[in-house]
Every structure is written in C-alpha cells, then in structure tokens.
Design a protein around this ligand. Structure first.
Ligand code: FES
Length: 114
C-alpha cells in the first residue's frame, strides 16, 4: 500500500487521497441537502395541517367575542371552520365529517329552560 492510499481493514476497500478529497465534500453536501429538503417538506406538511382553511385568512388571528346578554335563548357556533356563516354553524360539518371520517360538531349555548 502506498502512502497516499487509505484502506478499510478486512474489507479490501481502498481509497486514494484524491478520491477522499472528492468524496468527503460530496458526502457533506449530500447530507446538508438532505437535511434542507427534509426541513422544507416538514414545514409544508405543517401548513397542510391547518384547521382554518377559509375563514378570514387575511387576519393573523380569528377571534370572536359575544356578550352573554346578546346571545338570546340559543346560539350555535361552528367548531369545524367550514361554515360559510362563521362563527355560526351552518351544517357544513356534516359534509366535512362524511368526506373525512371526522366527528366534529358545533358548540351549542342555550339557556337551561330553552
Ligand atoms: S358548520 Fe362548523 S360545526 Fe357546524
């Protein structure tokens, strides 16, 4: 074995210094590329998992507030984020549940005797 050759013991595998000079940077670039692609794909899949797909998407946070006195005897609020009348339920959760196998439904607030 010459001084410029590196051997893996008992494998018969040998690399010259010139091959190592190419192989090491290629391995480092491949590892960095794999990490970046994995990181990018993970971020995309998180976005796909958003609950709110259509309600006030131009707003950084969707918040509604109601005074108890204004609710009346009964109010039905959407929890599936599919209602065209959000924040009120319009029954869109039924189609969502049929299509996805989910089991979401509205929040119903009513007076005890209503
Ligand atoms: S439409 Fe969303 S819970 Fe009914």
């Amino acid at each position: 074995m010459s001084a410029a050759t590196y051997a893996v013991p008992s494998s018969g595998f040998r690399l010259s210094k010139e091959h190592l000079a190419v192989a090491v940077p290629v391995a480092v670039i491949a590892a960095a590329g794999g990490f970046l692609v994995s990181h990018y794909l993970n971020r995309r899949s998180c976005k796909k998992g958003q609950v709110n797909t259509c309600v006030h998407k131009d707003s950084p946070k969707v918040v509604h507030s109601f005074d108890m006195e204004d609710i009346g005897t009964k109010a039905v609020y959407c929890r599936c984020w599919k209602s065209k009348k959000f924040p009120y339920c319009d029954g869109a959760h039924t189609k969502h549940n049929e299509e996805t196998g989910d089991n979401v439904g509205p929040l119903i607030i009513k007076k005890k005797d209503a």
